[in-house]
Design a protein around this ligand. Sequence first.
Ligand SMILES: [Zn+2]
Length: 233
Amino acid sequence: MDYQKEREEVAYFMRRLYDKNLTTCSGGNVSLKLDKDKICITPSGLDKGRIQPDQIGIMTLEGVNLTTELKPSIEAAMHIAVHRMRTEIKAVVHAHPVTASSFAASEKKIDTALIAESAFILGTPVMAEYAKQGSSELAQIVAAATARGNIVLMANHGVLTIGETLLKAFDRIEVLEASAKITLYTELLGNKRALSDSQFKELVSGSDPVKRDETKLIELIVREVLEKIVRMN
Ligand SMILES: [Zn+2]
């Protein structure tokens, strides 16, 4: 099997998302960059809790499915758009964890200044506007949001995190869900005491900086990829 190690990694982290209650058996998707123009990605329509390496598909960043026996994730275009936007990262994780997704369906924000780990790992998550799942509009909106941060809350949908490794992207989604729970619990407890602005800034400055490339014409890139995907289907 081509790219066995990478496909094993993707399958393992998909099962781990399910085991950790961060996704349902049908929701969520994970991708990992294989080289400068290919990714491997979880498929659509299979039980995510039992996913195996030979069920992980391979696609080019032009949107061509190189494993035609497998149906790519319905969010493949979103993953591709993100990989094209943030060329220095390797992994993209998307899921609908219950607590963080509740905040994505609320005007209230996840408070990442409540504990040091949240501040350090998450900084301030980026919000992405709502668009229909699987749509080209969603792919564009979310890719544009990743230009501003590594952690994206997708309105009325879920969350997406990216990282230099799958472990980093997974850590970010796990800490985000924990941070959402802590925000709720401290609200219930009352007498909430958050880090001061200077304590928060001191922690955030130690976390990974976001590499920005303002010159990227994301809309054009995404449109081009999506047109190719549509033509193939
Ligand atoms: Zn989703």
